[in-house]
Design a protein around this ligand. Structure first.
Ligand code: GLN
Length: 472
């Protein structure tokens, strides 16, 4: 069984399809591993035999609707909700022969960077259980890093795939907006949300994205990836130009993260790539724009949780009082904070001052990237300014929590794809255990194949093979 868990998803799939590994045996090896969850990574686990599958089973963030399977988006307000249909992303992989292994814990409605906003308790980082796995797809990231799942999907609105992948030492990819259907993915900020893979290596990320991507009639913003997604095979970076944004590269970055980032730039050059600097003058306003746009869209999307159609209901003599009692009891603090922020930003007297301006900043950020991609193939940054921080460290300071996504929010605002790959280990500032550091590569819209190829070449050169204590 140990041997099955060592295989990447692609390797296991090849053996299953070659008849060298029984699909049921593969499934049950992973079901046993998932049942040993001591990270609070899962909210629900499947009880199947997996005999008919073509790949190992998949851990799915609990934000994806799954027919007849509890789906909570990490919120108490959806306790007990079982959707009548399955999200297209999950259906697509199922049709390719990937079964559901379990539903993973997450920050409530995907709002957070540490998983501490889950209504079902925080997820622990397998590298150090006193630390957060990142968020909001923290359960998916911890499950893959902790050997509790072969691969997983998550969603990224401002960094929720890439930042937890970085903090857990795995690969996380946010596709171009529109590459994967959002149908059945519980909405947080609809103009930003994208589904993507969290995997052990770049090859698995490409494989999973190839199964996920689709033009879906149920989501009019989905277009898929033209020509599909290939298995990456590039061995060098010759002829490719990588830009380090001058405004983003230094601010508030831990020294261990910075040196790991710089070492990776050297590797790029060793592989024949060119490293230069670019200006992304508006990107530093990404966090400000994001924390107007995302709460604004969330306040509209979350209006539907009123105790009438989904999840819990707290009875009261009047209808309005029932809504209020249900929402007061069902939503956590961060969700309430964002609903208030978003409702205020959209209110008629302030709409232009906040939402309108944030949208203009968003356009400028997209223009900055377009200008950078005239001269460069990719923009690179550290994925997260710090390695995994301690549970509770940022809970009372929303602003410092929001800054965790400093490097990851500009890409969804611009709609472009980005991948985080593990680049090494570093100590946190102030000392502590060595923890994973992620390296982020962003490319133009629909450049997934080129981006995966570059990430693959770099991954081979970095040769990151560290595992959390006790895993593998
Ligand atoms: N951490 C960011 C937030 O709290 C991003 C979350 C996400 O990408 N879903 O909104």
């Amino acid at each position: 069984m140990g041997e099955i868990l060592e295989l990447t998803a692609r390797q296991a799939g090849e053996r299953i399809r070659a008849g060298e590994l029984a699909a049921g045996e593969c499934f049950s090896a992973w079901a046993v591993a998932a049942a040993g969850d001591d990270l609070n990574a899962y909210l629900w686990r499947a009880d199947e035999d997996g005999a008919g599958s073509s790949y190992p089973p998949l851990a799915v963030k609990d934000i994806f609707c799954t027919e007849g399977v509890p789906t909570t988006a990490g919120s108490r307000i959806l306790a007990g909700y079982e959707p009548p249909y399955t999200a297209t992303a999950v259906r697509n992989v199922a049709e390719a022969g990937v079964e559901l292994l379990g539903k993973t814990n997450m920050d409530e409605f995907a709002m957070g960077s540490s998983n501490e906003n889950s209504g079902y308790g925080p997820v622990l980082n397998p590298w150090d259980r006193a630390r957060v796995p990142g968020g909001s797809s923290g359960g998916s990231a911890a499950a893959v890093a902790g050997g509790l799942a072969p691969w997983a999907i998550g969603t990224d609105t401002g960094g929720s795939i890439r930042q937890p992948a970085s903090l857990c030492g795995i690969v996380g990819l946010k596709p171009t907006y529109g590459a994967v259907s959002r149908y059945g993915m519980i909405a947080f900020a609809s103009s930003l949300d994208q589904c993507g893979p969290l995997t052990r290596d770049v090859t698995d990320a490409a494989l999973l994205l190839s199964l996920l991507q689709d033009r879906d009639p149920c989501d009019s913003t989905s277009v898929g990836i033209d020509g599909g997604v290939n298995s990456p095979r590039r061995e060098d970076l010759r002829g490719l130009r990588f830009a380090v944004p001058s405004e983003l590269a230094t601010d508030g970055v831990e020294s261990g993260v910075r040196s790991c980032f710089e070492e990776t730039l050297t590797r790029i050059e060793e592989l024949g790539g060119e490293v230069g600097e670019t200006a992304l003058p508006s990107a530093e306003h990404g966090i400000s724009a994001y924390y107007v746009i995302a709460p604004a869209e969330a306040s509209a999307n979350l209006a539907r949780y009123d105790g009438v159609r989904f999840g819990i209901r707290n009875e009261a003599p009047e209808l309005d009082a029932m809504y209020e009692a249900t929402r007061a009891a069902g939503f956590g603090d961060e969700v309430k904070r964002r609903i208030m922020l978003g409702t205020y930003a959209l209110s008629s007297g302030y709409y232009e001052a906040y939402y309108g301006r944030a949208q203009r900043v968003r356009t400028k950020i997209a223009d900055d990237f377009r200008a950078a991609f005239d001269r460069f193939d990719f923009v690179v940054t550290p994925t997260s300014p710090s390695v995994a921080f301690e549970l509770g460290a940022k809970l009372d300071d929303p602003w410092s929590m929001y800054m965790s996504d400093y490097f990851t929010v500009p890409m969804p605002l611009a709609g472009i794809p980005a991948i985080s790959i593990p680049a090494g280990l570093a100590e946190p500032d102030g000392g502590g255990p060595e923890l994973p550091v992620g390296f982020q590569i962003a490319g133009p819209a629909f450049s997934e194949n080129a981006m995966l190829d570059a990430a693959f070449a770099l991954e081979q050169a970095i040769g990151f093979d560290a595992r959390p204590p006790g895993v593998g």
